[in-house]
Design a protein around this ligand. Structure first.
Ligand code: GAP
Length: 453
């Protein structure tokens, strides 16, 4: 088995339709990618797995899906207008721009010149105008994290659901950052997706929950197929903490380009609910729900025992969908030489994440009876399998197996001459390449038993 590079993954993504460069026919746009027919399936399966573990399998978390365009006041009070920036350095010789922490030995990574400007803060938020007049008086930001709309909806969700603390709000969605140097394929991009949970707890219980969520999240990534040895925990030092965080633990993954952050788990304290309470007070916005007379507690809740009003603390596990996608792809990818001297590229992706669950292949593409059997099998499997079942009627069986190994299809079912006689099919397992003869009336329970489809 040979070790692989980022280029191997990029090549597979393009060749098989996982990921394409965005706007490619017009020369592309840096830091943006489009997910193709297989990419959209894998990405959606990853998001489904997260949602299932966060929302469906727990009784203390609700989901939301909020707007991307964000009122500037939200990002003013959240602190993003003032502090959400990276230090930027310009090269005076070639006019390229760099994040100062990406500069090595004081030299421009493009032309090698040392003629660089001093670092200056560069705000990462994208702005757009709202409404028909573009005079700058009416603008919105494209959200830089999905978290803020969870905070601004905190009361709405609390009041419309039966929860008390601890309780969480989950959201999956796009976030936008005008990264100075997007790089490493989909690792650092300007438009990406986040899977974020804001878990509200009583002050004083925050550190216990921070530890608990760190363990839960490390385990979850392993359940998605990431080897424990390829994950690392990084305790972010105080000087590197985001403006809202009292403590952050990063789950790092060994990407082909180096070990970097896959997910961050931050203790945001009552920073955000406190800041938005202040925002409401400054603007004299009436508290909708809280009848509390304390002017600084509009997003506070009441302790049912002591009757005291307080702002909950927040633990935030925040994962990148695209970074998760890349980690899963990297983890699953391998190349091996078969006995016949041919190379096999293999994606040993977990069945619940696989973009294609089952490929149904008629042995002879011109045999009408065989093709009809395959079509009808595909249809009936598609009714019961949550995910895509593919009819492969493109020819050569060996090529079909190779292709499905390469895209991570856990099982290939071949309809052959024997099927026409006795209603049995061959099920070929991706990882072992073993083939089993299974009766058509047992195929669904077989797939359920082996792959949990
Ligand atoms: N709400 C907290 C927050 O946004 P963050 O560490 O800035 O924290 C959380 O981002 C996660 O979002 C990261 O761990 C990473 O997986 C993903 N992410 C952040 N910036 C990204 C980018 N430019 N491209 C791809 N993913 C990114």
């Amino acid at each position: 088995m040979k070790s692989h590079s980022m280029e191997d993954l990029i090549s597979l993504c393009k060749r098989r339709g996982f990921i394409f460069q965005s706007n490619e026919i017009y020369g592309g746009l840096q830091g943006l990618y489009d997910y193709g027919p297989l990419g959209v399936e894998l990405k959606s399966n990853l998001k489904k797995a997260w949602w299932k573990s966060m929302v469906y399998e727990r009784d203390d978390i609700e989901g939301i899906d909020s707007s991307i365009l964000t009122n500037p006041l939200v990002l003013k009070y959240s602190g993003h207008e003032d502090t959400f920036s990276d230090p930027l350095v310009d090269c005076r010789d070639c006019n390229s721009r760099w994040r100062s922490d990406h500069i090595e030995d004081g030299k421009c990574p493009n032309c090698g010149s040392s003629n660089l400007t001093e670092p200056r803060p560069f705000n990462l938020m994208f702005k757009t105008s709202v409404g028909p007049v573009e005079d700058g008086s009416s603008f919105a930001y494209l959200r830089p994290e999905t978290a803020q709309s969870i905070f601004t909806n905190f009361k709405n969700v609390m009041d419309s659901t039966p929860h008390s603390l601890p309780f969480g709000i989950a959201q999956i969605g796009k976030a936008f950052r005008n990264e100075i140097t997007p790089r490493n394929f989909i690792f650092r991009v300007r438009e990406f997706e986040q899977m974020e949970l804001e878990y509200f707890v009583k002050p004083g219980e925050d550190e216990k929950w921070h530890k608990e969520w760190t363990e839960l999240r490390v385990n979850w990534w392993q359940e998605q197929g990431i080897a424990k040895d390829n994950l690392e925990i990084y305790y972010v030092p105080d000087e590197e903490l985001a403006h809202y965080s009292k403590g952050t633990v990063d789950i790092m993954y060994k990407y082909p380009h180096g070990t970097e952050e896959l997910e961050g788990i931050a203790n945001r304290t009552d920073f955000d609910l406190g800041s938005h309470t202040k925002g409401q007070n400054d603007l004299d916005i009436k508290a909708k729900v809280t009848k509390n007379s304390q002017s600084n507690s509009k997003l506070a809740i009441q302790d049912l025992e002591t009757k005291e009003w307080f702002l909950p603390y927040v633990i935030e596990p925040s994962a990148g969908v695209d970074r998760g996608f890349l980690a899963i792809l990297n983890e699953a990818y391998s190349e091996e030489m078969l006995d016949d001297g041919k190379k096999r590229t293999l994606l040993t992706i977990k069945p619940h994440l696989a973009p294609i669950k089952v490929a149904v292949i008629p042995l002879k593409r011109n045999n009408e009876e065989m093709v009809m059997k395959a079509e009808s099998l595909k249809k009936s499997l598609q009714k019961v399998i949550d995910g895509r079942v593919l009819l492969e009627n493109t020819g050569n069986i060996g090529k079909n197996y190779r292709k499905n190994d390469e895209i991570g299809t856990p099982a290939c079912i071949t309809v052959d001459f024997q099927t026409l006689d006795d209603d049995t099919v061959t099920v070929r397992d991706r990882d072992s390449m073993e083939q089993k003869r299974v009766n058509l009336n047992e195929i669904k329970s077989f797939l359920k038993k082996i792959y949990n489809f």
